[in-house]
Design a protein. Structure first.
Length: 228
């Protein structure tokens, strides 16, 4: 028997209401926010997974797994054969120069919600995982990017997602209030023909939803370049 989507919803609602979670590894209470995505963004993310009828999804930056819960809930509704791939090198350690530690609590949350089996998790940087998925010939319908938010990190996530997604796939990018994230996205819009489907600006955490173009754009003429 598969996990019913309402079980995922119950766990997600409980966590969002509490705003905190305890990792069994150390019994310590951790605040979910501002690291995890909020309810408004989560609902938008889940809606895109549903609307696209996505069955293969990709995520960079698992963190507390709150975004993963929203994705998996929608995947369960989309079909029995749905699968999700997530990468995060710091799920079992601390982030360098940062006070956040997870001690595996993101994966524990997925276990509690009954969706751990849907998620192929890699405890590695997305910049390593995504090229490997590409070499394996994998293809996805939708990517959620919330990992390394520096320009070079997001740029690589975007470019590899563009290569991993089917033509006309969806990239949902978090934290687009950050200049480095915006600039990386601008390249994809101005040079790769990606279309902005949604651009939230609520003054806090912002996100953008992009639709990728034909994949042969990666073979365009070397002379084609638009300042961005
Ligand atoms: C804002 S948090 C993600 C929160 C998550 N979306 C949630 O809702 O709980 C960003 C995550 O990106 C991870 N991260 C940092 N660098 C990364 C990289 N190079 N590849 C993948 N994940 C990375 C961090 O460990 C952190 O967990």
């Amino acid at each position: 028997m598969g996990t019913p989507p309402h079980r995922v919803r119950e766990v997600r609602d409980r966590l969002l209401a509490a705003g905190a979670v305890v990792a069994s590894a150390d019994g310590r209470l951790r605040d979910l926010f501002p690291v995890a995505i909020g309810a408004q963004e989560g609902f938008a993310l889940g809606e895109w997974v549903r609307r696209e009828g996505a069955l293969r999804t990709l995520e960079t930056g698992l963190g507390f797994g709150i975004s993963t819960l929203f994705i998996c809930e929608a995947l369960l509704e989309n079909g029995r054969e749905a699968r999700h791939v997530a990468a995060d090198p710091y799920q079992f350690s601390g982030l360098p120069h940062h006070r956040t530690t997870y001690r595996g609590v993101g994966l524990e949350i997925l276990e509690a919600a009954g969706v751990r089996h849907l998620v192929e998790f890699y405890s590695e940087e997305s910049q390593i995982v995504l090229p490997r998925l590409l070499a394996e010939g994998r293809q996805f319908d939708l990517a959620f990017l919330d990992g390394n938010h520096r320009f070079e990190g997001v740029f690589l996530d975007l470019i590899y997602s563009g290569r991993l997604l089917k033509a006309g796939g969806i990239v949902f990018a978090d934290d687009t209030q950050l200049l480095g994230v915006r600039r990386a996205i601008n390249f994809c819009v101005t040079n790769l023909g990606w279309i902005v489907e949604e651009d939230s600006s609520d003054g806090g955490d912002e996100w953008m939803v992009l639709r990728t173009g034909p994949t042969d754009v990666f073979h365009r003429d070397f002379t084609q370049f638009v300042e961005f």
